[in-house]
Design a protein around this ligand. Structure first.
Ligand SMILES: [Zn+2]
Length: 313
């Protein structure tokens, strides 16, 4: 058995996971950062909680996998954007609390491993995940192994799809993430609303307490609103541009899309996306089109992938 820990933006979640990727027990605690050593102690406490809940002792655990949002290499956290950890030997700090082997990996890479072994990527050797959330993350399984390494592999959100375009959180302009993350879609939705006072987008937002969310555009488009339909087409065209780049470079058998936006209606998101990628991607010349599917494991992908990490490295 294994323990997988997923360090999120606001919560730490842990799962006791068996050989087949089933979560037998889980535990969570709010992220309350009080320095690197206290953080390691909180992670260890969470691991103890999940052991207790599962009725399992430390010596039944092969190792603990931890997924973090940021750059991770050789047991150290090099950088994370939401927790002030820089060049912290987290695996070593953790082992002062619990003496079990510890594997650290980027959280998007863990999610890719989880989906590959137990979700949408099962049975493939070349598999890519793209997670459309607040940002855009990615993970690559190439030739049956996680492609990790230096620390920032898989930052697919920061490829440029619009040179000189919208400013991205990374400091560059025109990044894929600036257009296809929930944040990017919300920005484009607000711009569309400003241009189209007649659009149903206003009513959908008003019904939602005045909030504009990632799903606002899809809700209005589903009701047949013209401006919203056009906005969804624009969104999908940006999504397809980056997806096609990934397909051309990596030629995955399966490309899985996860994150909140992946739940949008099939006819507004996945169907037009597939059509566009199939029309433009280079592997079409040799008849090798990727299967573009929804990720299957939702929020559990990170925990399962962290727990089964050793099978992918
Ligand atoms: Zn960027």
């Amino acid at each position: 058995m294994y323990i997988g820990i997923d360090v999120g933006g606001t919560n730490l979640k842990a799962g006791l996971v068996d050989e087949s990727g089933r979560i037998l027990a889980d535990a969570r605690t709010p992220l309350d950062f009080r320095g690197a050593e206290a953080f390691a102690a909180d992670l260890a406490q969470l691991a103890r909680d999940v052991l207790r809940k599962g009725g399992v002792s430390e010596d039944q655990i092969s190792y603990i996998g931890i997924g973090l949002p940021g750059a991770v290499a050789h047991g150290s956290v090099l950088y994370t954007c939401n927790i002030p950890l820089k060049n912290v030997p987290l695996a070593e700090l953790f082992r002062r609390e619990i003496d079990l082997p510890v594997l650290l990996e980027n959280d998007a890479n863990c999610a890719a491993v989880g989906e590959w072994l137990c979700g949408a990527g099962r049975g493939s050797r070349n598999f890519v995940t793209v997670t459309l959330g607040t940002g855009v993350g990615g993970g690559f399984i190439l030739n049956g192994k996680l492609y990790a390494g230096g620390g920032t592999v898989g930052e697919v959100g920061h490829m440029v799809v619009e040179k000189g375009g919208a400013l991205c959180s990374c400091g560059r302009r025109g990044c894929w993430e600036a257009y296809t993350s929930a944040t990017g879609l919300i920005r484009m939705t607000r711009e569309t609303m400003a241009r189209h006072p007649e659009s149903l987008l206003h009513a959908v937002s008003a019904e939602n307490g005045g909030r504009v969310e990632g799903r606002t555009a899809f809700q209005a488009a589903r009701a047949g609103d013209k401006a919203a339909l056009e906005l969804c087409r624009t969104y999908v065209s940006y999504l397809a541009a980056g997806m096609t780049n990934l397909v051309n470079i990596l030629q995955p058998e399966i490309l899985a899309i996860g994150g909140g936006i992946s739940g949008a209606p099939e006819e507004l998101l996945l169907s037009p996306l597939r059509a566009q990628v199939e029309e433009e991607c280079y592997p079409r010349h040799i008849g090798k089109l990727p299967r573009i599917v929804r990720a299957e494991l939702g929020n559990d992908a990170g925990i399962i992938g962290a727990a089964l990490l050793r099978r992918a490295i």
